[in-house]
Design a protein around this ligand. Structure first.
Ligand SMILES: Cc1cc2nc3c(=O)[nH]c(=O)nc-3n(C[C@H](O)[C@H](O)[C@H](O)COP(=O)(O)OP(=O)(O)OC[C@H]3O[C@@H](n4cnc5c(N)ncnc54)[C@H](O)[C@@H]3O)c2cc1C
Length: 330
């Protein structure tokens, strides 16, 4: 049976693995302790934060169909926060969503955890390089070890990391990988000692430092607690990505007070999370990155529309193309 290594257990990697499983022997390698990638949930003391993707929309029939069983189990639900648009010294603006926005319950990683069930998954396993053997199969370099050989390797890391990992013969064929810088974002996770006196649950923010605020308790299935996630703007993150945590946190808190006023409840916990490759631009036409001669491929949100749904569609499209190829060459 064809052996396929998939690098990355985010939405794209897990979509690929689920679709290819059964038709090939699939192993998923993930450098983090858990699955989900940028669909991330983090617990700090008793506070839970969705500090990566905030929600997802559903615009394609394929994604709608895929989500149905998870919705039936209550694992995916609509999120309907009281949403405002906020700017310093301006009256808050109403900011209604024009389409349903969904989240995984109780946290964003829940969907990927469910998708990962039954897969051969190697967590805390960073793939450092790929080596082509004389028989044209690929061996992955993993720390001091070398894994067993694979016929195909698919990388679903963010575009700049995929560019760095896959061999030049592959990446040079796909200018998208070299050109796709992806915007950073810094998240500040705040656990407050009491509920803030705000009349909203989430806000789009017009400010040099901050772009987004979300009160975690407004998400479906969350225990009542005073957890707040802040996201910086991409421009500010790019300029401050390597600043110390306390400097970053102080600037983001000052910006929060600019927006919501000085009276923030005492802070019980605070943590900074840097997303070096947070968001990719939406492409006008999604791309399929697959080389049947090298037996290498790549997928991810950056090959589609830079969103959760795009990561799913990119993974699904690549899996279907690969299945056709495997069946033809069998
Ligand atoms: C702050 C933030 C806010 C966002 N908000 C939204 C939103 O509101 N709505 C929306 O639709 N999208 C949002 N997104 C984007 C969304 O999270 C992504 O589009 C989607 O999760 C991408 O999935 P993916 O599988 O393509 O990539 P990822 O989730 O990045 O998965 C790639 C995986 O590869 C792993 N990996 C990388 N290199 C290696 C290696 N060498 N070896 C092993 N494993 C490796 C990584 O650890 C990661 O788990 C947001 C993202 C961020 C960061």
């Amino acid at each position: 049976m064809t052996r396929i290594a998939i690098i990355g257990a985010g939405v794209a990697g897990l979509t690929l693995a689920r679709r290819l499983q059964g038709s090939a022997e699939v192993v998923v390698f993930e450098k983090s302790r858990g699955v989900g990638g940028r669909m991330a949930t983090r617990r700090v003391d008793s506070f839970d934060f969705d500090h990566g993707a905030q929600f997802f929309t559903v615009r394609s029939e394929a994604f709608r169909e895929f989500l149905k069983p998870y919705q039936a189990r209550g694992l995916v639900q609509q999120w309907q926060p009281r949403l405002l648009s906020l700017a310093p010294d301006e009256k808050p603006g109403e900011c209604a969503w024009s389409e349903p926005h969904h989240v995984a319950v109780p946290g964003m990683t829940a969907l990927c955890k469910a998708m990962a069930s039954g897969l051969d998954l190697r967590l805390e396993t960073r793939v450092e390089a790929l080596h082509r053997q004389p028989d044209d199969r690929w061996r992955l370099a993993i720390g001091a070890d070398r894994s067993t050989a694979f016929d195909w390797v698919i990388c679903t890391a963010p575009a700049p990391q995929t560019y760095a990992l896959l061999p030049p013969e592959f990446v040079q064929q796909h200018p998208l990988l070299g050109d796709n810088t992806m915007a950073p974002c810094i998240a500040l996770l705040l656990g407050l000692q009491s509920t803030p006196d705000w009349h909203f649950d989430a806000a789009r923010i017009q400010h040099d430092v901050l772009a987004w605020l979300s009160c975690e308790a407004s998400r479906p299935g969350r225990a009542e607690c005073q957890a707040v996630t802040l996201h910086s703007t991409a421009t500010w993150a790019a300029a401050h990505l390597d600043d110390p945590d306390d400097v970053v946190a102080a600037s983001m808190l000052a910006a929060l007070r600019d927006i919501t006023g000085p009276s923030l409840p005492p802070i019980a916990v605070q943590q900074v999370k840097r997303w070096r490759y947070a968001k990719a631009d939406a492409l006008e036409s999604p791309q399929l990155l697959l080389d049947p001669d090298l037996q290498l491929a790549a997928a991810g949100d950056w090959a589609h529309n830079g969103r959760v749904e795009g990561a799913f569609l990119s993974g699904q499209r690549l899996a279907d193309a690969l299945l056709t190829h495997i069946q033809k060459s069998a």
